[in-house]
Design a protein around this ligand. Structure first.
Ligand code: NAP
Length: 244
């Protein structure tokens, strides 16, 4: 069967893989969930939107003669990753994850680890502070339980409705982010504490380096369990796997 790749994207690393695959000439399609208004254009044929659960993905894999799936989604996109795992098993399609090693605290880092969004909300109990929420828009409403804080929301798109937080500033910006940019933003907006997911990777690490330099605490949301699939961490390793 002719090789045909499906890349599940939505990350800086997935975009890097798409460029690499396009140059290699391997037949491939790129998939976005459709969460942002104007997704980054890719040098590959691109589809947008969910597949319709595991069964929908099995149907898509069969209908498009996909032979290999690369799960290059964000490590917190656990639903998609588990769906890909089960659908590939069902359809007899090979699966690999282009994964991003979790960030590890360094000397001088002031991290508090929490297991999930609820844990991050609980960790914010206490006096009012200026909190940088470096999270997706879907996670913002939970922070209404700690309404005393002023939240700085860094979002990819301007929200359609105002967030349910009485005190907030919205920063519309799309990664990858730079250290100079994050330092300037955090100083200008007088950030006291950063809340983020342990995404790993390069596109969003700058805020952690900036927090270290400014001596700011970080509430770090740890990863949930991901499926037991084959994993690599470079685009070259993905292409080796596809072509060998
Ligand atoms: P999720 O909760 O794991 O997935 C929910 C549903 O969205 C999936 O069941 C699937 O719908 C659809 N979906 C997710 N990724 C898809 C993709 N690449 N192509 C087609 N459908 C996809 O996902 P999420 O956390 O909402 O993340 C959505 C997208 O945003 C992903 O592409 C991810 O890489 C990116 N992202 C997520 C985060 C985060 O913190 N979660 C951060 C940055 C970027 P069906 O069941 O209908 O197939």
């Amino acid at each position: 069967m002719t090789t045909k790749l499906l890349i599940l994207g939505g990350t800086t690393e997935a975009s890097q893989l798409a460029s690499f695959v396009a140059q290699s000439g391997v037949d491939a399609v790129f998939s976005y969930a459709g969460r942002v208004a104007t997704p980054k254009a890719q040098p590959l044929p691109t589809r947008i939107g969910g597949f319709g659960g595991i069964d929908g993905l099995v149907g898509y894999l069969r209908a498009h003669n996909i032979t290999h799936v690369v799960d290059a989604t964000h490590p917190f996109a656990t639903q998609m990753s588990w769906n890909a795992f089960h659908a590939c098993q069902s359809a007899g399609v090979q699966l690999i994850a282009l994964s991003r090693p979790a960030w590890k605290a360094r000397k001088k880092d002031l991290w508090t680890h929490v297991p999930d969004i609820g844990g991050a909300v609980d960790a914010l109990q206490g006096e009012a502070r200026r909190v940088l929420l470096a999270l997706g828009k879907q996670n913002v409403p939970a922070f209404a339980d700690q309404a005393q804080h002023h939240y700085i929301l860094r979002l990819v798109d301007e929200p359609e409705a105002p967030p349910p937080l009485p005190h907030h500033t919205i920063v519309v910006s799309r990664g990858p982010f730079t250290l100079a940019g994050d330092l300037a933003m955090m100083k200008e907006l007088c950030v006291d504490v950063v809340v983020c997911k342990n995404s790993g990777g390069i596109g969003a690490e700058a805020k952690l380096v900036a927090a270290r330099k400014l001596g700011l605490p970080v509430i770090m949301i740890d990863r949930a369990e991901l499926p037991p699939r084959r994993e690599v961490s470079t685009v070259e390793a993905v292409l080796d796997w596809v072509t060998n």
